[in-house]
Design a protein around this ligand. Sequence first.
Ligand SMILES: [Cu+2]
Length: 324
Amino acid sequence: MLTPTSKLFLPVAWTSLFLGAVYKILTGDLLGSVLFLMVGVLAFLIGVMLSTVRENEYVPVYGPDAPPPTVRAVAVAPRPGGGGWPVAGGVSLALVMLGLIEHPLFTWAGVLLAIVAGAGWLARAASETTGRQVSLAPIGLPFLGLCTIASVMFFMSRILLTVPEEASTAIALFVAVLILGGASIAAVRPNISSRTLTVALVLGSTLMVAGGLVAADRGERTFEEHSAEHAGAVDVTASGVAFKTTTITLKAGADAEIVFDNTDAATQHNIVIFASDPAKPVFRGALVTGPAKTTYTFKAPAAGEYKFQCDVHPTQMKGIVKVV
Ligand SMILES: [Cu+2]
């Protein structure tokens, strides 16, 4: 016979099996459908188990002439359980599973949390059994401090590496002032309620973690620029008192790299880039006596069209620089 609780779990089981099948058909993703399957099987097992355990859900029926039930005295015992630790254990398991799908980082966070939850749970169980309080504060507080510092470093670094270079300095300063100022206020005004402090801390860390995750997802600014820079290194060859490349394309504001190959023996060439007046160049490369090769590195100017030429042979050797 079905109990009210099993009537809750069995539909959950069918629903997740159905959703798993739909998910597999729509996306073809195996891991996600396995997760749905696991939830479904778990809900099914719980539902079956609950449908056999009925004693607590149905009051036994007594006849009208039955004697009143005997009242037994019960000893009041402390409520068993691990406080919040089982919940932390569950969260750690969820993190480990999330790590399998999303990012190994979640797995490490889950393993770390599992260790903490295990230690806390054991300490709590020991206190309940022996009646003596086991304090984890001497180990727990430094550990918590280290974890906080590490996570602030990690998430803030993700944010700072993703936002534009100029904004990252401002954000770093702002956060530093915020932390220092907040800690100072909390230190000199002990009458601030712990609720206010908790709300502020939870709000701040949620913002930081959310921002860090979004930033980690978007990727690092410097990484992208580095790869673009190396892929975009421009080769310019001077041969027979002429540039073999007459159009150079650069990325605005990026670190530009021009590999200049002068093949003319005993002849000096260089590259000077300017908007209109060669006397006011945005970049002037050193003269190279051929045959020799050099690499010019400089900051590309703002977007626009520029000219380039050789200082020694300005009429024969010239071209266009497109900065996009
Ligand atoms: Cu020249």
